[in-house]
Design a protein around this ligand. Structure first.
Ligand code: ZN
Length: 613
């Protein structure tokens, strides 16, 4: 736990925070390595044992610096860095003997099993060696994050460039430095967020910063080496700063993932990093919010594997229980969301007509896979936009077919009607063949043509028996499915029990038991907001519960007040707070694990607080 760093805003693993010493600074933060040994610097390096000659000397140096800077500067503990290939035993024996006994903010090298847990910032040893080695960099970062408290800052020295800054921050790095940008300037390398250029190869200078505005490429080439390096240095640092500000804006907008999916193309190792991070799903998933207020743009093949898409697909398979029906109707997605307000879906619904009582509707879509009608409002099913050309590549087809196949292996229907064309039809045929299950195709040419709609109507008119649901039951099924999706299987029995009634117009449904309201549907995200009555019931189940001591919180619950939190809590989740003297309900500002590990920051924004004896 740290007293000197606080995370204020999160976008997945990326975060905006504050260094709470000296002249407080915002993170992500770029250390100016030119002033790292100066006592005026916000972050000061007590120095390498290699340089000072002995550990004792380094320690004396550290104490001297600490005395001088008090707690106005974060002091990096004496360190003895090794290249990554040096065996752990040798590293351990050299550095595992320093236990700082001091008051102010400190930073130290993170070394599994031998770092103290008292520092505010942890440094990835030899981070610079991992440039171009995505696997090693990512593994080191994951190991390091496992080892340190969630609320401490992470510093990766000597690796940052404008081209990789966004990716480093996306993966959860808080502090970087300008070493590489400075070295590049002295090697006649012109840095941009789109990659680097040798000055020799530049005809024009692709920048209008104050350093570049005063000169041009040929003039710069003619200059004295030292003068030239000075201008390049200014430009490179400007490029780094500009990219940092851009990334912070992307974090604030909840759009860093979209940016990184494009930005990672500047270097193969950055694209590899994104793919590795997606393959280690848990790392990013734990930190990713339940919903975002902005539109989710699915623009690249990596969009298929981003947390929001994979989480939705997993919850459909694991948490969702379909309503009872004998007939499944498969429909194509629409550009307009939620699907049921689109023109095409209006036509489908009209053609299905009063047979809607007998059928269960499922929408096929890329990149979401399959969206049951009950979850069409749920983030990101109603919140994505994707490039539409009519062409679906093999991976896209396989992903969607895989989702449908998995679902149909678990959930059985007597009849499956597929009202689809083109790629959608191909996907249905693939699944039908794999499962040996017959599907009835009702569309010919266009799904909205009068002929196709007529066939859909005729096909469904044959099914007038079996399990049927009236309008009221269908509304309730929707609320049940949403409860299970959000809080796990079985939550529907707690929040939408037998005997409850639905009030309110679509989609602002509310569930009442007698006069007591239990939940309200929030149409914007397709999530449920729970009342105190509902919360008291959920607390008994133990799910999404945050435990506190005997105080009565007001407005928001801070992390130090949290005793225990359900590890399945994600930022944005509806959570239930239980203490000796209070029951509350609110929205999580951080993950459950982070609530338990953090010494600062808002854990839950509370909506209702009820005092109890
Ligand atoms: Zn410039």
């Amino acid at each position: 736990m740290t007293r000197y760093f606080e995370v204020l805003q999160r976008d997945g693993a990326a975060r905006i925070g504050k260094l709470l010493f000296g002249e407080t600074a915002q993170t992500p933060y770029i250390i100016d390595t030119r002033t790292l040994s100066s006592e005026d610097s916000l972050i000061t390096d007590a120095g390498s044992v290699w340089a000072s000659g002995s550990f004792e000397e380094a320690e004396r140096n550290f104490n001297k610096i600490r005395e001088a800077v008090k707690d106005n500067s974060l002091v990096i503990l004496p360190h003895q860095s090794y290249p990554p290939e040096v065996p752990e035993e040798i590293k351990d024996s050299a550095t595992c003997r320093y236990d700082p006994d001091n008051e102010g903010p400190t930073g130290e090298i993170s070394r599994p099993g031998c770092s103290s847990d008292a520092s505010d910032m942890y440094i990835m040893e030899g981070a610079g060696c991992f440039e171009n080695n995505a696997r090693q960099f990512f593994n080191e970062l994951i190991e390091m994050k496992k080892d340190i408290a969630a609320d401490t800052a992470v510093y990766t020295p000597n690796i940052c460039l404008p081209e990789n800054l966004a990716m480093l921050l996306y993966l959860g790095v808080d502090i970087v430095d300008n070493t590489k940008a400075l070295v590049a300037a002295h090697s006649d390398i012109f840095l941009t967020s789109a990659g680097r250029f040798y000055l020799d190869s530049l005809t024009e200078m692709p920048c209008r910063c104050e350093a570049c505005a005063k000169t041009n490429a040929s003039e710069l080439r003619e200059m004295e080496k030292r003068e030239r390096a000075k201008i390049l240095e200014k430009h490179n640092l400007n490029a780094l700063e500009a990219e940092l500000v851009l990334v912070r804006e992307k974090i604030r907008a909840g759009m860093l993932r979209e940016y990184v999916e494009g930005q990672c193309r500047t270097r193969p190792w950055l694209t590899a990093l994104l793919r590795l991070a997606d393959s280690e799903y848990e790392y990013l998933e734990e930190k990713s919010p339940l919903a975002r207020s902005n539109e989710m743009l699915a623009n690249s093949s990596e969009s298929l594997s981003r947390v929001e898409i994979v989480r939705f697909a997993q919850r459909v398979q694991e948490r969702y229980t379909p309503p009872e029906a004998d007939v499944l109707v498969l429909l194509p997605c629409s550009a307009k969301k939620p699907y049921s307000i689109s023109n095409s879906h209006w036509k489908f619904i009209k053609a299905i007509g009063d047979k809607r009582r007998f059928v269960h509707e499922m929408i096929i879509t890329s990149p979401m896979g399959i969206v049951p009608r009950e979850l069409e409002l749920t983030y990101p099913a109603a919140h994505y936009d994707t490039a539409v050309t009519g062409y679906w590549d093999a991976e896209e087809r396989e992903w969607v077919a895989g989702c449908l196949e998995k679902y149909l292996r678990k959930n059985k229907y007597n009849v499956i009607v597929a009202h689809v064309e083109d790629a959608y039809r191909h996907i249905c045929e693939m699944v039908s063949e794999r499962l040996g299950t017959e599907m009835i195709f009702t569309s010919s040419g266009s799904v909205t043509s009068p002929d196709s709609l007529k066939r859909l109507k005729e096909e469904l008119s044959k099914h007038t028996q079996g399990r049927a649901r009236n309008v009221e039951e269908r509304k309730k099924d929707m609320m049940r499915c949403l409860a299970d999706y959000q809080f796990g299987k079985g939550a529907s029995e707690i929040l939408v029990p037998e005997g409850t009634i639905i009030k309110g117009p679509f989609p602002k449904y509310q569930i009442f038991e007698g006069k007591k309201q239990l939940v309200t549907l929030i149409p914007q995200y397709g999530t449920l907001a729970v009342t105190i009555e509902g919360a008291e019931r959920m607390i008994e189940s133990g799910r999404y519960v945050v435990e506190i001591d005997d105080f009565v919180p007001k407005g928001s619950l801070l992390a130090p007040g949290v005793i225990k939190a359900d590890p399945q809590i994600r930022p944005g989740d509806e959570v239930f707070v239980r203490g000796k003297n209070a029951v509350c309900v609110g929205r999580a500002a951080m993950s459950g694990t982070e609530m338990q590990e953090s010494g600062r920051g808002v854990a839950v924004d509370l909506r209702h607080v009820k005092k109890v004896k």
